[in-house]
Ligand binder design. Structure first.
Ligand code: MG
Length: 318
């Protein structure tokens, strides 16, 4: 089996459970923005999760949904966008740069999920290349990327579109020299197979979620992109991920069980649970022995780990 140097950064160790900042630190800073990523790194978080989609002119950009969402995006006049939410694939990079994504509309259902998120003016949807440039700055050599590729719901089974999306993203990561610090991460298992074929030097990370636990109000649905999973067949997932060539399994935290975590780790998979935000849930995931916790609130996970005599990084020895 190929060994990938980046896997060690996501694997638990003695006294260490890894901490991954979800979209930066969505609970407190605007998600998937450079300001959010810089804040997260300043908190001492070394693993960043973020979402990548492609513009009409083929630019990989960091954003979650396949349309500009009115709860997040303000137009050039500072107003929440009205009418139809434009699809990302209909906009060029230059078009996108006109929108401000530095805050949430507190009246929206999505905005109400994150009442503590800071409200900034002038934050733009970054390009993948912008984040790569940040990670390549001096002092950031220990930062690793959990790069989630979003599948366009209208082109889920379009093999040519899939190949083009993966090629554009892989090209950016290779150009930045970050293939040894990046995981390719997705709910779309077909996309991950394409990643493995085009970029065998990067490991794949398989996201899953039971449909009945889908509670991502105000966001694109994820469950339609992966295999059909039920509670009855859930125990087979670690084996399916392993057989598909995955090196990480990333289950939704409400789905996962002690038996499936153990089975996955027995198979040599790293288990990174998402998105764990409440203290009792963080405790439960620590007790389950997961490798990594993906969270919108890195500070909450840091505090919980420290309270329990744990850490998110190996302590310097001797
Ligand atoms: Mg994501």
């Amino acid at each position: 089996m190929t060994e990938f140097p980046q896997l060690a950064a996501f694997q638990r160790g003695h006294g260490v459970i890894r901490l991954v900042g979800h979209r930066g630190a969505r609970g407190v800073m605007p998600e998937n923005t450079m300001q959010g990523f810089e804040f997260t790194l300043a908190c001492g978080v070394k693993l960043l999760e973020f979402d990548v989609a492609i513009t009409r002119d083929g630019v990989p950009v960091i954003t979650h949904n396949h349309h500009l969402t009115r709860s997040v995006a303000r137009d050039g006049s500072g107003n929440w966008i009205e009418g139809d939410e434009p699809k990302l694939s209909s906009l060029t990079w230059k078009d996108l740069a006109a929108y401000d994504v530095g805050g949430l509309d507190g009246q929206s259902a999505y905005g109400q999920r994150f009442p503590d998120q800071a409200y900034l003016n002038g934050a733009r949807i970054p390009r993948l290349s912008d984040l790569c440039a940040l990670i390549n700055r001096p002092g950031h050599g220990d930062i690793h990327l959990m790069l989630e590729i979003k599948s366009d719901p209208d082109r889920l089974k379009n093999t040519q579109a899939r190949a083009e999306i993966v090629a554009a993203i892989v090209d950016e990561v290779r150009t930045a020299g970050l293939t040894k610090r990046t995981l390719m991460h997705s709910f779309d298992w077909d996309l991950l197979q394409e990643c493995a074929a085009q970029a065998p030097e990067m490991p794949t990370s398989f996201l899953t979620q039971l449909p009945e636990n889908d509670a991502d109000v105000g966001e694109d649905e994820a469950t339609q992109a992966g295999p059909v999973i039920t509670r009855d067949s859930y125990h087979t997932l670690p084996d399916l991920v392993s057989q598909a060539g995955g090196r990480l399994w990333c289950p939704y935290f409400l789905d996962v069980t002690a038996d499936t975590v153990m089975r996955a780790q027995d198979l040599g998979l790293i288990v990174a649970v998402w998105t764990v935000n409440e203290a009792n849930d963080i405790d439960r995931m620590i007790d389950l022995g997961v490798d990594a916790i993906v969270t919108d609130y890195p500070g909450r996970v840091q505090r919980k780990l420290l309270d329990r005599g744990l850490d998110w990084l190996p302590r310097a020895c001797c």
